[in-house]
Write a protein that binds this ligand. Structure first.
Ligand code: SF4
Ligand code: MG
Length: 279
């Protein structure tokens, strides 16, 4: 847990796509007028997982692949808090993939920024679950978080941005924040965020992205239409970006009171156990 409000300079390589994600988040939070002390950024493991060290908000560095359960707990415990989870494609699509599935299904009200660079940057460029985005001949197919979310009908907000399209990225992050902050549910934004050191995908993705936001007749409230459009674009070897889907069933808005009551009970049990060790 970050103990102070003093952010540190990012440790990222010059040109890393994560700078664009951080900039978009800061701009979107500022435009929404959310004070820093009402924001909690939770991050996973990897280069992207250091984002919470760079921002003057509350911060929490979760276990590898476990940022979504921690963020769900925070969002349920304090609905007034603006909760933002962040992590990479390894954290969210490999070790944490099961949590992503169930977070789509539960639809808790927080935002998740998944920085997808199709590689394991922190450990020097091994293949990740989205490596086929860079290597189409790869023996393993890429996991597509947007299609995954579309296939879980309780999902309510699905977008894909690109660090190379900063103005659109701010709009998408702002829309996800608004979706979560207004209690509609889980705002999922996958960001194509190139790792310039081990897999510089800027040249590839500059020409591969296909912007659904400007596609004639595209309706982001039509789940089956969104699915068909994404498959068509991907079939042409391109990557759909933009606001893919917004809508779905009513958000899961739990009553936080029982959770707090349970937690306070657990605390007294915990203190009793710890006192036993000290005796
Ligand atoms: Fe970014 Fe890659 Fe450097 Fe990590 S190794 S900071 S992902 S450019
Ligand atoms: Mg990665």
């Amino acid at each position: 847990m970050t103990a102070t409000y003093t952010p540190r300079p990012p440790i990222w390589c010059a040109g890393c796509g994560h700078f664009g994600v951080q900039s978009a988040l800061i701009t979107a939070l500022r435009e929404a007028g959310v004070p820093q002390h009402q924001v909690l950024i939770l991050a996973g493991i990897g280069c992207s997982g250091t984002i919470q060290n760079n921002l003057g908000t509350y911060g929490y560095h979760a276990l590898h692949g476990r940022v979504l359960p921690a963020a769900t707990g925070a969002a349920l415990a304090d609905p007034a808090l603006t909760v933002v989870a962040a992590g990479g494609d390894g954290d969210g699509y490999a070790i944490g993939a099961g949590h992503l599935v169930h977070t789509f299904r539960r639809n808790p009200a927080f935002t998740y920024l998944l920085m997808n660079n199709a590689t394991y940057g922190l450990t020097k460029g091994q293949d990740s679950p989205t490596a086929a985005l860079i290597h189409p001949e790869h023996r393993e197919g890429a996991l597509d978080g947007i299609l995954l979310g579309l296939g879980i009908t309780a999902s309510t907000f699905l977008a894909r941005g690109y660090s190379g399209h900063p103005e659109q990225l701010v709009r998408l992050v702002a829309a996800a924040l608004e979706h979560a902050r207004s209690g509609k549910g889980f705002g999922f934004v996958e960001v194509l965020s190139p790792c310039v050191t081990y897999q510089d995908t800027y040249p590839l993705w500059n020409s591969a992205v296909y912007d659904l936001d400007t596609a004639a007749g595209y309706d982001p409230t039509d789940r089956s239409g969104a699915f068909a459009a994404c498959l068509r674009v991907m079939g042409e070897g391109r990557i759909p970006i933009g606001l893919v889907y917004r809508g779905g069933p009513a958000a899961f808005v739990p009553d936080p009171a029982p959770a707090r009551a349970t937690l306070s009970g657990l605390r007294s049990q915990y203190e009793s156990i710890m006192a036993g060790y000290r005796a």
